[in-house]
Design a protein around this ligand. Structure first.
Ligand SMILES: Cc1cc2nc3c(=O)[nH]c(=O)nc-3n(C[C@H](O)[C@H](O)[C@H](O)COP(=O)(O)OP(=O)(O)OC[C@H]3O[C@@H](n4cnc5c(N)ncnc54)[C@H](O)[C@@H]3O)c2cc1C
Length: 477
């Protein structure tokens, strides 16, 4: 055991954990961050298509069950900086109405409005150097053809956590969406937040420390005072923040509730792990007769009020090497290259709403296999809107001269895992309060994407960073 006692222990170093730590450490609090994964190498391997996509070298390998007893390996990344090292850095705010309930789309309300999060969005955008880039020529022509053929579709510049210098480095510019930057052109939780506090004497980051349990005050399992790691080490603090991601934080809490029996009296216990969301995401790859030369590509987002819970974003660079990882092995390299040179990718995201039956369930400790029970049939409005939006956008592309094929990311495409410990004012309808404290418990907070009551129609990371900054400020007082 460590004899040091910390003010705050943070479990996990992704978007939410790093933002919480940044705020707390700069306020002078003694912060210990425990991260299950290691630091990523800086040798260029994180930009290598073969190692990243074909071999999946850096991805989670731990198996899960789905709700029907089938198995899957979710797209989780366990490393310092969490999934932000791999994300596409599309950093968007939720709209004001996305903090309100939308019962027809099965969406819960936030416990506060956009006005409360706005200052933290401002701060996160500044820390992450959010920029907008002009569309490259071929994309701009396509945007014009899509929006002119149907005035319902409009396009905006996509806010990106990318430094403008990335345009001078073709390798990084073609490999930021789904890869980890080596040069630091892409803003992420490690580079932009943790490195900023790394030299402070009151901040300690321990990598390769998997937290497997919570410690509590003797006789009071509802008062959390520390954490236990898989290697047998344990650490104590006044407060513990779970920021291990929406597929892990609820399991740590479930195991504690089950082991201590405190779940029997906690009103929110049945909701721990429930309301799990991950967006309905589909990739749409479109092909034209002409080769494409744009490099960055991911600079535009399309919206259409006929599909108010849906957005279409451009994906980053695609080529034969990347497409070959998705094509049958029998497809010759020259064919993959020819297809890749004519391909442009889109990412269609629909807000998935909340169903209590969509849930993360612990396997019962270290050895058990966890379950992600998530079924789109529990979310009929979202499912219908997603299909309609894909059909409509595909027809727009066809009119613009591009034939498209789409593929649903599925449950294993867990990039946007969210909402398994939702925030709210009512302990019987939510797990944490507006300040991130677990209802009915003391000393335990949640700082990651688990808390999001709604997934919204845009990517979640900026909102998770903003939640973390706000939580850090709250805990610093
Ligand atoms: C390929 C890809 C592209 C994406 N693109 C975008 C995008 O363009 N825009 C956007 O907004 N979002 C994007 N996302 C999603 C975004 O990265 C996540 O929403 C965000 O990182 C979630 O933050 P988090 O703090 O909830 O969890 P994470 O970032 O997953 O962090 C959780 C951390 O906890 C650690 N951990 C897990 N278990 C334990 C344990 N037991 N003990 C200690 N540590 C533990 C993990 O290793 C990890 O470091 C993308 C994700 C992926 C994978």
């Amino acid at each position: 055991m460590s004899t040091d006692r910390y003010d705050v222990i943070i479990v996990g170093s992704g978007a939410g954990g790093a933002a919480t730590a940044y705020r707390l450490a700069r306020a002078g609090k003694r912060v210990l961050m425990l991260e299950k994964g290691r630091r990523l190498p800086c040798d260029g391997s994180t930009l290598d298509v073969k190692q990243v996509f074909a071999e999946g070298r850096f991805k989670n390998k731990e198996p899960w069950r789905d709700g029907r007893g089938g198995s899957l390996v979710p797209e989780e990344y366990y490393n310092v900086g969490g999934k932000t090292k791999w994300y596409g850095a599309a950093l968007l705010r939720f709209s004001a109405h996305e903090f309100e309930a939308d019962p027809e789309h099965q969406c819960l309300a936030w416990p506060f409005g956009l006005d409360v999060l706005a200052p933290y969005y401002d701060e996160a955008e500044s820390l992450l150097h959010v920029n907008r880039f002009a569309n490259e020529p071929e994309l701009q022509r396509l945007v014009e053809r899509v929006t002119q053929s149907d005035a319902g579709w409009r396009s905006e510049a996509l806010p990106l956590g990318l430094k403008p210098e990335i345009l001078n480095d073709e390798r990084e510019a073609k490999h930021f969406d789904g890869y980890a930057s080596v040069a630091g052109y892409k803003a992420d939780a490690e580079h932009n937040l943790l490195d900023e506090i790394a030299d402070l004497p009151n901040f300690t980051l321990m990598a390769r420390r998997k937290v497997i349990g919570l410690m509590h005050r003797r006789g009071s399992p509802e008062v959390v005072e520390g954490v236990i790691c898989r290697d047998g080490s344990y650490f104590t603090a006044d407060k513990v923040v779970l920021a291990a991601g929406a597929m892990t934080s609820p399991r740590i809490l479930q195991d504690h509730l089950d082991a201590t029996g405190v779940g029997e009296t906690l009103p929110s216990a049945p909701l721990v792990g429930a309301n799990f969301k991950l967006h309905i995401n589909s990739a749409l790859v479109a092909f034209s007769p002409f080769a494409h030369n744009d490099v960055l590509r991911k600079t535009a987002i399309f919206l259409n009020e006929r599909y108010p819970h849906t957005t279409v974003q451009c994906l980053g660079w695609l080529d034969g090497d990347i497409l070959a990882t998705q094509l049958p092995r029998a497809v010759p390299k020259f064919v993959a290259n020819a297809i890749g040179a004519r391909a442009i990718g889109f990412f269609i995201t629909t807000e998935d709403g909340s169903s209590p039956a969509n849930r993360i369930v612990s396997g019962g400790g270290e050895e058990g296999t966890p379950t992600a029970d998530y079924d789109l049939d529990r979310l009929p409005p979202a499912k219908a809107e997603h299909a309609a939006a894909i059909g409509d956008f595909t027809r727009r592309l066809l009119r613009a001269g591009l034939a498209g094929v789409d593929r649903y990311a599925g449950l294993a495409g867990s990039a946007h895992a969210l909402g398994s410990l939702v925030a709210g004012d009512d302990p019987a309808a939510s797990v944490v309060d507006a300040d991130g404290k677990v209802h009915g418990m003391d000393g335990l907070y949640v700082g990651d994407g688990s808390v999001l009551p709604r997934s919204s129609r845009v990517n979640p990371a900026l909102t998770i960073y903003a939640w973390g900054l706000r939580l850090g400020e709250h805990l610093a007082h």
